[in-house]
Ligand binder design. Structure first.
Ligand SMILES: [Zn+2]
Ligand SMILES: [Zn+2]
Length: 135
């Protein structure tokens, strides 16, 4: 389905194609710190369907403990995190679901990852596949 994303102030907007039921909840420490919250919920979108509609996000390259680098994009005005992708020639984008107008139509999480960093009170629907680290 087509989705439309935007930051809180509206300076940056984008559109993409996603498949419902493909949301991943990530409990890793980077996601907790960068979101300022308990976890992050992302949905993948192929690069072919991704397009910036308005503005240009600022970017920050984060290096994971594994050495893997990811480019993260956010609005320089309001700070909203928009997506993450590979540093060079990204084949896909990992959209932050809270920025999508269709956030309520994406379906239940397909999986949760980095559960060894999960805050104790966080409970996803029973039966959600879980991985204690990066699958
Ligand atoms: Zn903004
Ligand atoms: Zn994470």
């Amino acid at each position: 389905m087509k989705v439309e994303g935007a930051c809180h102030c509206g300076a940056v907007a984008y559109e993409a194609e996603v498949e419902t039921g493909t949301v991943t909840v990530c409990h890793c420490i980077d996601c907790q710190v960068q979101s300022g919250s308990a976890f992050r919920a992302n949905i993948p979108a192929p690069a072919a369907g991704f397009r910036l509609v308005r503005g240009t996000p600022r970017t920050y390259v984060k290096t994971a403990a594994s050495g893997r680098q990811r480019l993260t994009a956010f609005c320089e005005v309001c700070g909203t995190q928009l997506y993450a992708c590979a540093v060079q020639d990204p084949p896909s984008y990992s959209l932050r679901t809270g920025t999508l107008a269709q956030r309520h139509e994406l379906g239940a999480p397909q999986r949760e990852i980095w559960t060894r960093r999960r805050q104790a009170w966080v409970k996803l629907p029973p039966g959600t596949p879980s991985f204690d680290g990066q699958p």
